[in-house]
Design a protein. Structure first.
Length: 131
């Protein structure tokens, strides 16, 4: 399954969970969850329990320095897993988006691809597939 997201991916670059209410990545987390939810509903996708591949293509303006590949991939990996299994606090602020999961645990990611392309406006494409 693949889907596009407007804006930049959530960054995982600190000890505080990106799922914490009021986290500075909250908007990016919500945007990613909404896009994943729409794609899952459109395709009938259910969370995979077997190994997966994660492919990300990030588009952003040249010279943009708002994050790096490892921080983006960590954020995307966390957001797309079953959040209830890894939660360290309340997820009530996510509402129904708490149930959006493309795989059970990001430890299932066995193949990873990331590349950046130049674009006027930031966006990215996420592809998750079973291995």
């Amino acid at each position: 399954m693949a889907f596009d997201v407007h804006g930049l991916p959530p960054l995982k670059n600190e000890a505080l969970s990106i799922f914490a209410a009021g986290h500075r990545q909250a908007g990016r987390v919500r945007t990613l969850l909404e896009a994943a939810c729409a794609a899952a509903q459109r395709t009938g996708w259910t969370a995979l329990a077997d190994p997966v591949a994660l492919d990300v293509v990030l588009r952003r303006p040249p010279g943009s320095h708002s994050g790096d590949a490892t921080n983006f991939l960590g954020g995307i990996g966390d957001v797309l897993q079953d959040k209830r299994r890894s939660a360290r606090g309340s997820l009530a602020h996510l509402g129904v988006l708490v149930d959006v999961a493309l795989y059970v645990d990001d430890r299932q990611i066995r193949q990873l691809s990331y590349r950046e392309e130049h674009a006027d406006e930031p966006s990215y494409t996420v592809r998750v597939s079973a291995l």
